[in-house]
Design a protein around this ligand. Sequence first.
Ligand SMILES: *[C@@H]1O[C@H](CO)[C@@H](O)[C@H](O)[C@H]1NC(C)=O
Ligand SMILES: *[C@@H]1O[C@H](CO)[C@@H](O)[C@H](O)[C@H]1NC(C)=O
Ligand SMILES: *[C@@H]1O[C@H](CO)[C@@H](O)[C@H](O)[C@H]1NC(C)=O
Ligand SMILES: *[C@@H]1O[C@H](CO)[C@@H](O)[C@H](O)[C@H]1NC(C)=O
Ligand SMILES: *[C@@H]1O[C@H](CO)[C@@H](O)[C@H](O)[C@H]1NC(C)=O
Length: 349
Amino acid sequence: MRAVLVPVCLLLVSPISTTSWASSSELVLNPKQMCKRARRSRSKMADICINKPGLLQHIAGGIGLAQAECQYQFRYRRWNCTSAKKSIKKVMLRDTRETGFVNAIIAAGITYQVTRACTKGEPLDCSCNKNKNRKKNKKKKYINVPEGDWAWSGCGENIEYGIKRSKDFLDTPYKKRSDMKTLVKLHNYVAGRLAIKNYTRRECKCHGLSGTCTLKTCMRKMPNFREVGNRLKQRFDGAAKVIPGNDGQSFIPEGDTIKPPGKSDLVYSEDSIPTDFCHLNTTLGSFGTQGRSCNGTSQGEDGCGILCCARGFQTYEKVVQKNCQCKFHYCCDVKCEICNETVKYSICN
Ligand SMILES: *[C@@H]1O[C@H](CO)[C@@H](O)[C@H](O)[C@H]1NC(C)=O
Ligand SMILES: *[C@@H]1O[C@H](CO)[C@@H](O)[C@H](O)[C@H]1NC(C)=O
Ligand SMILES: *[C@@H]1O[C@H](CO)[C@@H](O)[C@H](O)[C@H]1NC(C)=O
Ligand SMILES: *[C@@H]1O[C@H](CO)[C@@H](O)[C@H](O)[C@H]1NC(C)=O
Ligand SMILES: *[C@@H]1O[C@H](CO)[C@@H](O)[C@H](O)[C@H]1NC(C)=O
């Protein structure tokens, strides 16, 4: 357990080796840096950069959310979504599966954070999601509905607003382009947003005499961001490789037998070979997996076999202190001893 936690802790306490996508001044995915380039254009992105500092802050927050989720999803993979500039910059210049995932999760992160800020009533030019029954609802807070029926109430989440702002910021600088990388990027942005929109649910509360549900009111709620990350990770595993279509305005799947990717699928146009992230390779932005902790008993991606690229690994022991022999004292206290426990962990050669 400890061995796994170590990289996470390092990430939190060492600003030198790891920089945030959103906060370092030089990063590709830093909104301020993105803005510098946009100022010359007349896009909606430029308008956000110049005139909407409050919104821009939530956009940066969304990118941060995306980064943390990406690192969580890939924590046991050869490519671990490191935010170090030397790596992420190279990854974003390519058009691989990894690039696709990062683009999708950024679009999702911005959508999520901006929507949430709107729900919280932050001073953005948005209102919370008022439903179609608004007029009916106006007089009474809740309306009586037949059993099994329900009514909208309160302030639901305005996902359309989050989606719109995410599009304004990410998509508008690319409006007039139709090169392959741009098409792929825009597709993955849409897929990222759909991973939220398609799974937004209705959350209902019952009211009425004890146990009955004569009054039921509902609100729209986004899935939590971990679910969004899990879903995009599945899309990453099933991502489709695409090649330019004949019209130069679209892409088609590589191989006749593959069904065309849907709107919520991830796509990419450049293969990354599985061993790309095994060794240090500055061209690819790979640090290699030497020194990474791996799972000595797993046969999967997190197992030492795959993660260490068959180079082998060392297993170490360390002593951790844990609560043990906990006893209940009347009343109401639990007292534990502290004992030492030996745990094993493995590190890639
Ligand atoms: C990712 O892997 C690199 C080495 O390949 C390591 O330095 C880094 O701490 C790992 N974790 C994160 C979250 O970047
Ligand atoms: C999500 O929504 C889009 C567009 O509304 C649709 O094309 C897609 O099939 C949906 N995906 C899922 C998994 O529901
Ligand atoms: C880095 O990767 C590229 C592309 O796969 C390859 O051509 C090159 O030889 C690699 N460099 C090293 C030092 O392994
Ligand atoms: C290592 O892998 C095994 C088998 O997949 C799993 O049961 C165990 O929980 C994993 N250990 C850690 C620390 O993730
Ligand atoms: C646990 O280990 C520490 C040193 O790491 C030692 O000082 C302590 O006596 C040990 N406690 C027990 C109960 O063995």
